[in-house]
Design a protein around this ligand. Structure first.
Ligand code: G3H
Length: 219
């Protein structure tokens, strides 16, 4: 089985301000990560034994993930393929970043765009309820981790459908769930998994779970 590479978007303008959600672009540091990620793709994700190898690239539909993927080149690939495998090869050659709304971050509803301090101040009961059951807690007019599990069902199927390595550029909440799924972790633990910025997590599937390696691209 192929490897999965999981990456959060580079630091966003909202990350700098400590706000959750929104649809901000990258900060200068986030842009530096986007460039480092493009180099990482070239040197690792698309590096095969004989030159470049096919790979896939997914983002969410939000600006911060699409900007994080923007320096990754999509056209530098030529592959040797058998005549009877033409369909497959064309599918790859046309590959561009695919943006999936299923990979968008947990939507915080009325709390979208707030800092955690603001949420605690304006909605103290909600804040406490979330601390007591982070997995099932649903923001007013927003989502819960359980809601995200539902919209990831389709992605999990798509993830296993092809044989090329797959780089997913997404968000902390979403990646916690994909990580927990790939690592065979109980889902109650998923909302607390550490998915740091500026880091690519490589997961190579085994019969149960995955071998894991983390690459910190910016220090
Ligand atoms: O805005 C969503 C955050 O990235 C998810 O973090 O579930 O720990 O609040 P949290």
């Amino acid at each position: 089985p192929h490897a999965f590479y999981l990456s959060r978007h580079g630091q966003s303008e909202y990350n700098v301000l400590g706000k959750i959600g929104g649809d901000s672009g990258l900060s200068p540091l986030g842009d530096a990560y986007a460039k480092a990620l493009a180099r990482f793709c070239r040197d690792e994700v698309t590096k095969g034994e004989k030159g470049e190898r096919p790979a896939r690239l997914w983002t969410s539909t939000l600006r911060r993930t699409r900007e994080t993927a923007r320096y990754i080149s999509h056209h530098s690939i030529t592959i040797d393929y058998d005549q009877d495998d033409v369909d497959h090869a064309q599918e790859w050659v046309q590959l561009r970043p695919v943006a999936w709304s299923n990979l968008d971050e947990l939507f915080a509803g009325v709390c979208d765009g707030m800092t955690y301090e603001e949420i605690e101040k304006h909605y103290p009961d909600e804040f406490r309820r979330r601390q007591n059951d982070k997995l099932a807690y649903r923001y007013p007019r927003g989502e819960s981790y359980l809601d995200m599990i539902h919209r990831l069902d389709q992605m999990v199927f798509e993830m296993d459908r092809h044989r090329e390595p797959l780089l997913i550029v997404a968000h902390q909440g979403i990646l916690r769930l994909l990580y927990a799924y790939l690592m065979d972790m109980p889902r109650e633990e998923a909302p607390y998994v550490s998915i740091p910025l500026n880091t690519v997590i490589k997961l190579e599937p085994k019969v149960y779970g995955c071998d894991e390696k983390r690459f910190e691209l910016l220090r």
